[in-house]
Design a protein around this ligand. Structure first.
Ligand code: GAP
Length: 428
């Protein structure tokens, strides 16, 4: 982990939030490469979940919502809370399930566990009182459920169908830590899939989405031995969940950890919002003439956790060479272009033209510093799958070499075919 955290800082993947002011616990800023990686990950998710399907649409709801939403969803009660203990001596607070009998900081005695709500309060408008209090969303989910009718009325969707969303969520975690794993501000990618309220139908879609979601990680190259499912025990299930399974990743900082949850939310959300908003949020089935509140199968993934676990999974040491074996679809740069020598204008001009062309279709890096070996190593460390070198032969016969990150092998290809070749390699 130390090596990965240091690589993330040094090469511009992830920086501590507000670092020049001493930081703010539980917040992280993504640098140029981290932003590309996270963007690629979200893009792949959106493509698989929304664009490639006919039965799912996407929305983008506001972070700030009417506080009644959170009363209805149960997030203001003990349900959305962690048990915490306080040290009687140094007054520091810890999650009760994370420590033993004494304070880990000073060895002092601890209070009995108390519930601590995770919602972050804020104020809307000029006056700061109870009438203007609202919350930063603790899960992105509710923005979807409150728009159930809007989406239904503005589209031609029929049950079963899903509404997907990606966005920030906020939780006042007592003990943020393990790098970005547990943050106070993080991003989620979620699907709320509405099904007929029947046991068999619910089970069918639950199993379907479980398998879709784990395969998504595998198809993007995550090693299958580092992935597993774990069903929640009755006492650890969220207040809305009738059944919950986590996709866990085998981390170097504490073994199996949650990456994504697949939840059977039943009719919890729509029933609660029907009750609190007094709006009819039921669905009318034109074929069977039945009216019902659908059940929800949810897939809820953490963008930051997935980004972190893809980085961990890809990190490889080969002698003194560090290689990030990210799937080309996720890699921040798809290609890097090098003129063999920086002091030969013919080579530089030719390379520059190839770079300008490739940049239109691929996120491409340029490097003309030092020797070629060092440039390869530098790109390996940030996961660039293909390095293209323009050498003296390129000037004679319109060819360049492509060097593969994982095999370190080179092939010589026709410059005119370069774009198509790269496209094929990245998408295969
Ligand atoms: N809507 C359901 C929901 O929010 P959750 O299990 O509380 O379920 C879903 O969260 C996912 O969000 C988790 O699997 C995790 O990937 C991510 N997540 C939750 N809390 C997080 C935190 N404090 N920091 C980073 N990611 C977090």
């Amino acid at each position: 982990m130390e090596k990965i955290i240091s690589l993330c800082k040094r090469r511009g993947f992830v920086f501590p939030g507000s670092e020049i002011y001493g930081g703010l616990a539980g917040t992280w800023d993504y640098g140029p490469l981290g932003s590309e990686l996270k963007f690629n990950l979200k893009d792949e998710w959106w493509k698989t979940i929304v664009r490639d399907r006919e039965d799912v649409v996407g929305i983008s709801a506001a972070i700030l919502m009417n506080p009644k939403v959170w009363e209805a969803s149960g997030h203001l009660t003990a349900g959305f809370a962690d048990l915490l203990v306080e040290c009687k001596k140094c007054k520091k607070r810890f999650r009760a399930d994370h420590i033993d009998k004494k304070c880990p900081e000073c060895g002092g005695n601890l209070t009995e566990p108390k519930k601590f709500n995770l919602m972050m309060k804020t104020f809307v408008g000029a006056v700061e009182d109870e009438t203007t209090t609202t919350y930063l969303r603790g899960e992105i989910t509710q923005g979807v459920h409150v728009n159930f009718k809007n989406v239904l009325n503005s589209s031609r969707l029929k049950i079963p169908f899903g509404i997907a969303q990606i966005g920030k969520a906020f939780r006042n975690e007592i003990t943020p830590g393990n790098f970005t794993y547990r943050s106070r501000e993080f991003e989620q990618m979620e699907l709320q899939f509405y099904v007929k309220p029947e046991k068999k139908e619910g089970k069918k879609w639950f199993e379907y989405w479980k398998s879709q979601r784990i395969n998504w990680y595998k198809n993007l190259g995550m090693k299958k031995e580092n992935l597993r499912f774990r069903q929640h025990e009755t006492d650890e299930k969220a207040h809305y969940a009738r059944d919950a399974w986590d996709i866990e990743y085998n981390t170097p900082f504490g073994g199996w950890k949650e990456m994504e949850g697949i939840h059977d939310r039943g009719d919890w959300d729509l029933s609660q919002h029907t009750k609190y908003s007094k709006q009819d949020l039921s669905y009318f089935d034109e074929e069977t003439k039945e009216k019902y509140i659908p059940w929800v199968i949810e897939t809820s993934g953490g963008v930051d956790r997935a980004t972190l676990f893809f980085l961990i999974d890809a990190y490889t040491e080969d002698g003194d060479r560090v290689v990030l074996k990210l799937h080309p679809k996720l890699a921040p740069y798809k290609a890097a272009v090098f003129p063999l020598l920086a002091n030969k204008p013919d080579l530089v001009n030719k390379a520059r033209k190839i770079y300008d062309d490739l940049k239109k279709d691929f996120v491409t890096a340029w490097d003309d510093r030092g020797n070629i070996g060092k440039r390869y190593y530098s790109q390996d460390e940030i996961g660039t799958p293909y390095c293209i070198t323009i050498d003296f032969e390129s000037l004679e016969n319109e060819t360049v070499t492509i060097r593969d990150r994982d095999t370190a092998k080179q092939e010589r290809v026709d410059t005119k075919k370069l774009g198509d070749i790269l496209k094929k390699k990245i998408n295969d």
